[in-house]
Design a binder for this molecule. Structure first.
Ligand code: COA
Ligand code: AMP
Length: 631
């Protein structure tokens, strides 16, 4: 069957389609139905089934005689170490950590926060939670204490599993003091924290709540998997919305397993025993689905890479890893390739490696520009597959499903909708636009298995953020169009979310931080285009008339503030003082017009602007600050 047949098969009978895909999962009690739609607009999948995600990721492979197969390769150029864990070894470590957590009272339905860099313990922690039915929430290491605190406060974890530090090319990032600060800020205290003490930073462990990982697991008893319902949460993953308060995306066990099993074969064409490498971070959804769960559920080998595409030690790092570990498919963000190309435009370092194992490159997380796709295709000589997805969906909305059939690639498009996704391009009035026209990308409800059933303990926010603008649809927050061949193009976000080096961040959250500076009376943060990171944030500050200090000093202070409050991952490095901000008469700041202006475009200015002269003032301010691009 080709793609069109598979998609038509799903469309004709979604229930039968997903029940068929569910056969790839080992259920404790098989589902009698796929969709549960008794509480619209909330939908759930496989709710009457019982399952365990960890069983599907580990035990069943060992039980089938594949215990000696490599499950995880940890390749860490930042520490100069490499190690491997077989399925049997990984199972043993996971089952013992699960036993230790259970012995400390962590049970099904409890939440556990995980704050770790790219070390095997991050996967062990996730899988141990899954094993005992605890709900994990992994927090990306590049966030500052306040962001970690917001997540602790919302998730209310019984325990926190963390590492003492992460290692960035710029130096050691001390996670443990950040964790202590976050617990201090948060209005919730975990009962205990288990810390992986890395030799690069031995932390202060004097608090009675702290336990060192080694002693925690040393005498722990390995425990079996706990049965959970198909609609019990496996994890919460916080993502940026329009405000400073992150949204807790919930993922259920059953649908997630079905979706990952299907995508590993159909989209990525990966068989058990083959090596799949997602060069991202466990703190992002890409890391949850395709560093941890997807490859393991599929019985494949996953690479946990603790390094960068450049600088660890050079732009040949990715090629070394592919050659050394015989990687069949690489998945990363386009920004990584832009960084490599900037350092090695001719791809000279590629020539030095045998990349014959590599069959495809997958890109996601941000728009893949045709120049990057073209360069990667020429240099690697494999299909370069752009695919579109979000934290909320957990796997691809649109892709080129090479495990089914490789469709012609059109650079700039993540190809076509995957089964389960019926995409509509909607105009301002909520009506579908004609083919080729730009509009808001919406997905007809219900969303397929594996997508978010809601936000953690925030059903109203879920409805308001995703379901209210276009009744009957899920609003993706992306705008784009569909061409005459049904190929989807993603153009930009319709909200205040920016994508910096493939990392999704909220300009609203940055504005909230800038506004706390005593000299700032009004501010706006916009995402302007950046050659390597895709986008970068720029802050515009209106200073108080009583401010007698140099605007550049205030700018430096707010830059430090964003780093301290949100974290280095925000890459907030530019703030410009302006006299006033362009607004409509109703007071809406024209953020996207300013972003286009900085990018050298001639933006459409709404006739309701309160004073058109402000546009020239802003253009001048961009020019003076050296951020104005030539048209
Ligand atoms: N823990 C602590 N700090 C982190 C971190 C982590 N896990 N990840 C990033 N940071 C820090 C970086 O050290 C950097 O700090 P600095 O300002 O002190 O230099 C800052 O956050 C910004 O990081 P980043 O956006 O990654 O920029 P970079 O200049 O360090 O690297 C790339 C640029 C393109 C090489 C890098 O972004 C990359 O490898 N991207 C791959 C794509 C990816 O992983 N996308 C995720 C979704 S698929
Ligand atoms: P995240 O939730 O962090 O995965 O970010 C999701 C957002 O990243 C999407 O809503 C898009 O704005 C953007 N994105 C992800 N993949 C793509 C892609 N292939 N092309 C364009 N934008 C993408």
């Amino acid at each position: 069957m080709g793609y069109k047949d598979v998609y038509a098969d799903w469309l004709a009978d979604p229930e039968a389609f997903w029940l068929k895909q569910a056969e790839a999962v080992d259920w404790i009690r098989s589902p009698t139905r796929a969709l549960f739609d008794g509480d619209t607009p909330f939908y759930e999948w496989f709710s009457d089934a019982q399952v365990n995600t960890c069983w599907n990721a580990l035990d069943r492979h060992v039980a089938a005689g594949h215990g000696d197969r490599t499950a995880v390769i940890h390749d860490s150029p930042v520490t100069g170490t490499k190690s491997r864990l077989t399925y049997a070894q990984l199972l043993d470590r996971v089952a013992r950590l699960a036993g230790a957590l259970q012995a400390r009272g962590v049970t099904k339905g409890d939440t556990v926060v995980i704050y770790m860099p790219m070390v095997p313990e991050a996967l062990i922690a996730m899988l141990a939670c899954a094993r005992i039915g605890a709900i994990h929430s992994v927090v990306f290491g590049g966030f500052a204490a306040r962001e970690l605190a917001a997540r602790i406060e919302d998730a209310q974890p019984k325990a926190i599993l963390a590492a003492s530090c992460g290692i960035e090319p710029s130096g050691i990032v001390r996670y443990k003091p950040l964790l202590d600060e976050a617990i201090e800020i948060a209005a919730h205290d975990p009962e205990f924290c288990v810390i992986v003490e890395r030799p690069q930073f031995i932390p202060d462990m004097t608090s009675p709540r702290d336990i060192d990982w080694q002693s925690f697991v040393q005498d722990a008893e390995a425990v079996d998997c706990v049965a959970v319902a198909g609609n019990d949460p496996l994890y919460i993953l916080y993502t940026s919305g329009t405000t400073g308060k992150p949204k807790g995306v919930v993922r259920h066990n059953g649908g997630h397993l079905v979706a990952l099993a299907w995508t590993m074969r159909s989209i990525y064409d990966i068989q058990p025993g083959e090596v799949f490498w997602t060069a991202s971070d466990v703190g992002w959804v890409v890391g949850h689905s395709y560093i941890c769960y997807g490859p393991l559920v599929n019985g494949s080998t996953t690479v946990v890479y603790e390094g960068k595409p450049v600088g660890t030690p050079d732009a040949g790092a990715f090629w070394r890893v592919i050659e050394e570990h015989k990687v069949k498919a690489l998945f990363t963000a386009p920004t990584a390739f832009r960084a490599i190309r900037r350092e090695d435009p001719e791809g000279a370092l590629i020539e030095k490696h045998d990349l014959s194992s590599l069959k495809a490159l997958y890109l996601a997380g941000e728009r893949a520009d045709p120049t990057t796709i073209d360069w990667a295709t020429r240099k690697l000589n494999v299909p370069v597959i752009d695919h579109w997805w979000q934290t909320e969906t957990g796997s691809a909305i649109c892709a080129n499903p090479i495990g089914i059939e490789q469709l012609p690639i059109k650079p700039g498009s993540p190809t076509v909708p995957m089964p389960g996704h019926s995409i509509e391009v909607l105009g301002e009035d909520g009506e579908p636009v004609t083919s080729g026209q730009l509009g808001a990308l919406a997905i007809r409800l219900p969303l397929p298995p594996g997508t978010l059933p809601g936000l953690w303990r925030a059903p109203d926010r879920y409805q308001q953020a995703y379901l209210s603008r276009f009744p009957g649809y899920y609003e993706t927050g992306d705008s784009g169009f569909v061409d005459e061949d049904g190929y989807v193009y993603i153009m930009s976000r319709t909200d205040d979310v920016v994508n910096i080096a493939g990392h999704r961040l909220s300009t609203g959250a940055m504005e909230e931080v800038l506004a706390t500076h005593p000299d700032v009376v009004e501010c706006a943060v916009i995402g302007v285009s950046d050659k390597v990171k895709g986008q970068r944030p720029i802050g515009l500050l209106c200073l108080s008339t009583s401010c007698i200090r140099e605007p550049s000093d205030v700018a430096t202070e707010v830059i430090d503030l964003v780093r301290k409050e949100i974290g280095p991952v925000a890459s907030f490095k530019t703030a410009i003082a302006v006299k006033r901000l362009p607004k409509t008469r109703s007071g809406k700041i024209l953020r996207s017009a300013m972003a286009k202006l900085a990018d050298g475009e001639d933006p459409a200015i709404p006739p309701t602007i309160d004073d058109p002269a402000i546009i020239d003032e802003i253009r001048q301010a961009f020019q003076n600050a050296g951020v104005l691009k030539r048209p």
